[in-house]
Design a protein around this ligand. Structure first.
Ligand code: C2E
Ligand code: MG
Ligand code: MG
Ligand code: MG
Length: 289
């Protein structure tokens, strides 16, 4: 649409900016193909704490890409691209294996009966050998299946509910934990949610961040917590940055939280020091000046 006149005239509508954007994407595809082999991906971890006592119960693995020329590229930028060009399969496998190995290392070092959470792309969810790949990562690392949590998105689950249910059931049967990430932002209804054998809802950080704004975030966050409780699911609040948010959530029965108030995503080595210290005290960031 929008192409007035002859088909060829569409080229005239190409702005230099668009062309360079296209070139950048082609370049990113090319760079993503080799980034894994060249060791440019790093996994950082962010603790999830028990809201009552600050104990670290789990750590979420978050992927970072250090591009040799462009520096650090955030996952929100490169994951969609890796999903589009298929490199997410190998990259996702890398994160899964790295996270399982790391968690098992921590457990064996006596740092607690920790779990590790890994984000799963929708592309991975619908890949025929996903269950085998998860089993292989568990076997290679020695991590018990019950110490692994996979995070899925609502929209991903809704894409093909029948297949998703089958895959999730197999993973649950192995003992793997299943969380719905960014909960509240997708389109799942109560009826749909009950069909999926998940055991955790991660309340999206936009609702947590808006809790003090006095809008409908409180209503939504409260509804998600009530929903989790009535379905017997754990609720983890994401993006907790202030004590007031933590207090609000705790008062409404939320048991776990993740956010800058407790710890930022950081290297495995830095996390190891946090784990050795035991509990994470809530530390509110100083207001930016
Ligand atoms: P997510 O899974 O919802 O991860 C939580 C995001 O919130 C992370 O962003 C984390 O750094 C950020 N965060 C944590 N605490 C706070 C806080 O207190 N305040 C604020 N403002 N943000 C906080 P990150 O690491 O940039 O990751 C963004 C998204 O990229 C993730 O969202 C996830 O959807 C995706 N992602 C990251 N790693 C992977 C991966 O290995 N595989 C896949 N498929 N997706 C990944
Ligand atoms: Mg996540
Ligand atoms: Mg999230
Ligand atoms: Mg997200």
């Amino acid at each position: 649409e929008g192409a007035k006149g002859t088909p060829g005239s569409r080229w005239l509508q190409f702005e230099p900016g668009m062309l360079s954007r296209h070139t950048r994407l082609v370049e990113m595809d090319h760079d993503l193909e080799r980034a894994l082999d060249q060791g440019q991906f790093h996994v950082v971890y962010q603790p999830q704490v028990d809201l009552e006592d600050g104990r670290i119960v789990s750590l979420e693995a978050l992927l970072r890409w250090h591009h040799p020329q462009r520096g650090w590229i955030p996952p929100d930028v490169f994951i969609p691209r890796a999903e589009a060009n298929g490199t997410i399969i190998a990259i996702g496998d890398f994160v899964l294996n790295a996270a399982c190995r790391q968690a098992q290392h921590w457990r064996q070092a006596g740092l607690g009966g920790l779990a590790v959470a890994v984000n799963l792309s929708t592309v991975q969810l619908y890949q025929a050998d996903l269950v085998d790949r998860v089993r292989a990562a568990l076997e290679a690392s020695g991590l018990p299946a019950t110490a692994l949590e996979l995070e899925l998105t609502e929209t991903g689950l809704m894409e093909d509910m029948g297949t998703a249910c089958q895959v999730l059931a197999q993973l649950r049967a192995m003992g793997v934990g299943l969380s719905v990430d960014d909960f509240g932002t997708g389109h799942s209804s109560l009826a749909y949610l009950r069909r999926f054998p998940v055991n955790c809802l991660k309340l999206d950080k936009r609702f947590v961040g808006d809790l003090e704004a006095g809008g409908d975030a409180e209503v939504i966050a409260g509804a998600v917590l009530a929903l989790a409780q009535s379905l017997g699911l754990t609720c983890v609040a994401e993006g907790v940055e202030t004590r007031a948010q933590a207090d609000w959530l705790r008062a409404r029965g939320c048991r776990q939280a993740q956010g800058y108030l407790y710890a930022r995503p950081q290297s495995a080595e830095a996390c190891e020091r946090l784990l050795a210290a035991g509990i994470l005290p809530a530390k509110e960031a100083l207001p930016e000046s």
